[in-house]
Design a protein around this ligand. Structure first.
Ligand SMILES: [Zn+2]
Ligand SMILES: [Zn+2]
Length: 274
C-alpha cells in the first residue's frame, strides 16, 4: 500500500513537471518573451485574462491527479496482468514500438471524437465539459483544463490503449508525451504550420491549432483531436474552418492561397479546387 502511495505521488509529480515544462515553455515564448515576433501567428487577436491562466492551471493540476490515479491503477497494480502491456522489449519486433505509438494515436483520436461529441450533449455539457470551454481563447495552460468528470473519461484512453494494443512501457510514455505536445499545439493560440502545409495532403488530414481554436471560440464543430477525418466524414467540421485558416495564412505570409499553393512541394500538392 505504501508503495502504491509512492507511485501515485511520483506519477503525479512527473505529470506536473511535464505540464509545467511542455506547456510553460511555449507559454513563456509566445505570450511573454516573443509575443511581438509571433504576433502575425496569433489566431485570436484579443488576449486572454490572467484569471483564465490561473483557472486553467488549477484544473490541469486536478486532471493530473486523476490521470495519475488511472495510470497507477492500470500500470502498478495486478490489473496490469490483464492488459496487453509487455515488459520484455524483445517480445515484439523493435519496429512495433513506433507503430504501436502511431496506432495508439489513431485509437485516441477515434475515442476522443466520440467522447467529445457525447460531452457536447446538452445533458452533459454543463456538468462535465463547460470548464474546458471557459477558455474561449485558449492558451497552452488549457491543455489539461478539465472538470473532474471530463478528466476521468479523458484518462480512460489509457485503459483502452492498455487493453487493446500490445504496448511496451516505453511506447506508453511516447504516446503520452506526443499526445500532450499535440494538445499544447492545439491550445497554443498561435498557428505554427509552415506555408506549404496549406496545399499539401497533410492539410486535408491533420488538425491544426486554428482547427481546435475554432472549436473553443464557436463551441460547435471540430470535435476531432489529431485528425480531421471523423469531422469530415460525419459533417461536423466547422464550415468556416478553411476560411479561418486562410485568414491566418494570409496574415502570416502575406500571400493569397493561390500563391501558397504554388509554393507547396509538387509531390504534396492537391488538385486545385474549381
Ligand atoms: Zn468541446
Ligand atoms: Zn480544447
Amino acid at each position: 500500500m505504501k508503495e502504491l502511495w509512492f507511485q501515485l505521488v511520483q506519477t503525479f509529480a512527473l505529470s506536473a513537471v511535464r505540464y509545467f515544462l511542455l506547456a510553460g515553455i511555449p507559454f513563456l515564448l509566445f505570450y511573454k518573451f516573443f509575443s511581438t515576433t509571433f504576433a502575425k501567428q496569433k489566431i485570436q487577436k484579443r488576449l486572454a485574462a490572467k484569471a483564465d491562466f490561473v483557472r486553467e492551471i488549477l484544473y490541469s493540476m486536478l486532471s493530473s491527479v486523476v490521470f495519475a490515479l488511472i495510470g497507477v491503477a492500470i500500470l502498478f497494480t495486478p490489473v496490469v496482468n490483464y492488459t496487453q502491456i509487455y515488459q520484455d522489449i524483445n517480445a515484439y519486433p523493435l519496429w512495433w514500438i513506433p507503430l504501436s505509438v502511431g496506432l495508439s494515436l489513431v485509437l485516441h483520436d477515434t475515442y476522443f471524437y466520440w467522447m467529445h461529441r457525447l460531452l457536447h450533449h446538452k445533458a452533459l455539457f454543463k456538468y462535465a465539459h463547460l470548464v474546458h470551454h471557459k477558455s474561449t481563447n485558449p492558451s497552452p495552460w488549457a491543455s489539461y483544463s478539465f472538470h473532474f468528470l471530463e478528466a476521468v473519461v479523458e484518462g480512460g484512453i489509457l485503459a483502452v490503449v492498455a487493453f487493446v494494443l500490445p504496448m511496451h512501457p516505453l511506447a506508453v510514455i511516447l504516446f503520452i508525451l506526443s499526445s500532450f505536445v499535440i494538445n499544447v499545439y492545439g491550445h497554443l493560440g498561435y498557428e505554427l504550420m509552415p506555408k506549404g502545409f496549406r496545399h499539401s495532403v497533410w492539410f486535408e488530414v491533420l488538425n491544426t491549432s486554428v482547427h481546435h481554436n475554432l472549436h473553443h471560440s464557436k463551441f460547435k464543430g471540430n470535435y476531432g483531436l489529431y485528425f480531421r477525418v471523423w469531422d469530415r466524414l460525419l459533417g461536423t467540421e466547422h464550415p468556416d474552418y478553411v476560411k479561418e485558416y486562410d485568414k491566418v495564412q494570409t496574415a502570416r505570409f502575406g500571400t493569397s492561397t493561390e500563391e501558397a499553393r504554388a509554393d507547396a512541394p509538387a509531390q504534396f500538392q492537391t488538385r486545385p479546387q474549381q
